[in-house]
Design a protein around this ligand. Structure first.
Ligand code: ZN
Length: 147
């Protein structure tokens, strides 16, 4: 039952995505996603569909962050720290100072370098469960900051 739910999510995910949207994402996020492994196993683990969803969204950079917004005049930089960097999965998982304590608690370091971010998103540096929790909790924090 659990696995069926996961595959349904995957299927919905694929069919609901606008092709142009995905193409633009691929162009704008080359820096992260070309480095990620495609042989990851998080769909086969005993996690809830929601937990899997957080990992998937982070890996595809579909977390609804500033950097995921389209349009010439939208603010793509992070509004939650002073780094002046684009707010994308990469920034949220490894860099943003807003989530330092959470990162320390769940991913074992206050800040991650590019290789470490890739490893985390590939499930190599910490458990999938920890990554999923980190994504969920950081999005909760982000939401509370927006108000
Ligand atoms: Zn930031």
């Amino acid at each position: 039952m659990e696995n069926i739910t996961k595959w349904k999510i995957l299927e919905n995910y694929k069919t609901n995505q606008n092709i142009e949207f995905l193409e633009r994402k691929q162009q704008s996020n080359q820096r992260i996603f070309k480095h990620l492994s495609h042989r990851v196993d998080y769909l086969n683990l005993k996690m809830s569909a929601i937990e899997v969803m957080f990992i998937m969204k982070a890996r595809f950079d579909l977390l609804g962050l500033n950097g995921n917004r389209f349009g010439e005049n939208v603010e793509k930089k992070c509004s939650f720290c002073s780094s002046n960097l684009i707010e994308d999965s990469f920034h949220l998982v490894g860099k943003c100072s807003k989530y330092r304590d959470l990162r320390m608690e769940l991913l074992g370091k206050r800040e991650l370098n590019e290789q470490e971010i890739t490893d985390v998103l590939d499930g190599k540096k910490c458990s999938w469960k920890s990554l999923s929790q980190f994504i969920k909790k950081s999005l909760d924090i982000r939401k509370s900051l927006i108000g």
